[in-house]
Design a protein around this ligand. Sequence first.
Ligand SMILES: [Zn+2]
Length: 110
Amino acid sequence: MNAKERAGLRRRMEEEITTLRETIAALETQVDPVAPDAAVGRLSRLDTMQSQAIAGASLTNSRRRLLRLELAVRRVDEADFGLCEDCGEPIPVARLLAMPESTLCVRCAQ
Ligand SMILES: [Zn+2]
């Protein structure tokens, strides 16, 4: 990976981190518990609980991805960044751009 690719990756990861933080903040407002005396019928409360469960699941995923990205962005300047943890081969830049938190090459990830 050359310096330009590294810089591009860093920028990409930083953008992704910003977006994820916004997503997480938005999701957090959706998973607030419904007040029992909320002026909604039983069915719409069930609906609300269902969408809260969905929001909760994406919240978990987003937090997990944010954590991995924050770790990756700290390591981007290290010599072994972008090398597969399993086989030591370079992870293709295209894969790193799509999933900057990748620590395995396509083959080892399967
Ligand atoms: Zn590998």
